[in-house]
Design a protein around this ligand. Structure first.
Ligand SMILES: O=C(O)CCC(=O)N[C@@H](C(=O)O)c1ccccc1
Length: 368
């Protein structure tokens, strides 16, 4: 496939409410989009890097720079490219998995649109709809948290994920469990906010019968995750530590997790995400699809991945309205805790031209 040009575009989607995690408060989603133009179709990729390098080392400004100066020229140089050929072309540039993922996805989307093949079918999806949950940010009070959770349950979400951090963990988790009962599918996400000294404290989450505790310790500290699994009955899930199929094998080999959160943007794209899925299925480890406040473009692609057989736990693929008054695309809506997998070619959805135009804050064409 010949790519005639690549467009980088920043869009600014205000969040309906501030989203507080252990690493900061998001007020709006500044998403970096990559559009691959060919004579027969265009493909879209969404870079999940946020504004500041506080979730991982990547950030939107750095992704723009590495895409413009290194990744895009490497992919355009041969004159023709396939999606499977993107990773080998950019492998010499270390890291920058989120930037690489957006570029690979744009090329893959264009390729599949030309072939008339939905991303889900291409990846090996087996479900027409997938279970989805919702991520609930840290709030000022327990009462506000309970109101927020009630609101999401009223919208039909079956799984609740609570953000936790030191000082906001046992009490909010206990309050939600006691208020909504034992049947609620409930999990927590610490985003690396704890250290080895917190092991005895985190074991106190066991009585709340959580689905999992997500990434309590540093991305590079697999051993303390292993130690927590030895001390606690709550399944341990990794997020930030899972960068590739190789790092997944290492994490499983030392018993660092029971469950894996797969985010295609974090691991370099959907092809590596599928490899991680396959490694986990081979080890009997359940996976679910994490979210990074994606617009409908990234949400559509995540739904395709979540249709693979090993994705047996609800993903963070909430309705567009959970985050945005106005999405870039037709809004995604969860019904009864489920969301339909797009069936159109490629990611199966296009940005609304007016929304794209009005929400764009910057764009630039990069050609060979
Ligand atoms: O529903 C979503 O898209 C967000 C789910 C979520 O909580 N993502 C968290 C995470 O750590 O997993 C996150 C949010 C913003 C930025 C980075 C990470």
């Amino acid at each position: 496939m010949k790519i005639t040009g690549i467009e980088l575009r920043l869009v600014d989607l205000p969040l309906v409410t501030p989203f507080q995690t252990s690493f900061g408060v998001e007020l709006s989603r500044h998403a970096l989009l990559v559009r691959a133009a060919t004579d027969d179709a265009e493909g879209w990729g969404e870079c999940v890097a946020i504004d500041d390098p506080v979730y991982s080392s990547e950030y939107a400004g750095g992704a723009i720079d590495v895409l413009k100066r290194f990744l895009i020229p490497a992919v355009l140089a041969p004159g023709r490219v396939t999606a499977a050929g993107v990773a080998p072309l950019v492998d010499k540039f270390k890291g920058h998995r989120m930037a690489k993922a957006a570029l690979e996805t744009a090329v893959l989307d264009a390729e599949l649109r030309i072939a008339g093949l939905p991303l889900s079918g291409y990846l090996g999806g087996v479900r027409p709809a997938v279970p989805v949950g919702v991520s609930v940010g840290i709030t000022d009070t327990i009462e506000k948290l309970l109101d927020n959770v009630q609101g999401y349950l009223d919208e039909g979400y079956g799984r609740i994920k609570l953000k936790i951090q030191p000082g906001w963990d046992l009490e909010p988790t206990r309050a939600v469990r006691e208020h909504f009962g034992d049947d609620l599918m409930l999990q927590v996400d610490a985003n690396t906010a704890y250290g080895p000294a917190d092991l005895p404290h985190l074991v106190k989450l066991d009585p709340f019968d959580l689905l999992l505790i997500e990434q309590p310790f540093d991305e590079e500290d697999l051993r303390t995750h292993t130690r927590l699994r030895e001390m606690s009955t709550t399944p341990v899930c990794l997020d930030e530590s899972i960068l590739s199929a190789r790092s997944t094998v290492d994490a499983l080999a030392i018993g660092a997790c029971d469950i894996v959160n797969i985010k295609p943007g974090r691991v370099g794209g959907f092809l590596e995400a599928r490899r991680i899925h396959d490694v986990c299925v081979a080890h009997g480890v359940p996976v679910w699809c994490g979210g990074m406040l994606e617009t409908g473009l990234g949400r559509a692609a995540n739904l395709a991945l979540a249709a693979l057989p090993g994705f047996t736990l609800p993903g963070d693929i909430s309705s567009s309205a959970r985050y945005f008054d106005r999405d870039l695309t037709e809004p995604f809506v969860a019904e009864g805790g489920m969301m339909a997998v797009p069936t159109g070619p490629g990611i199966g959805i296009d940005p609304d031209p007016q929304a794209l135009s009005e929400l764009t804050t910057w764009s630039e064409w990069v050609t060979a």
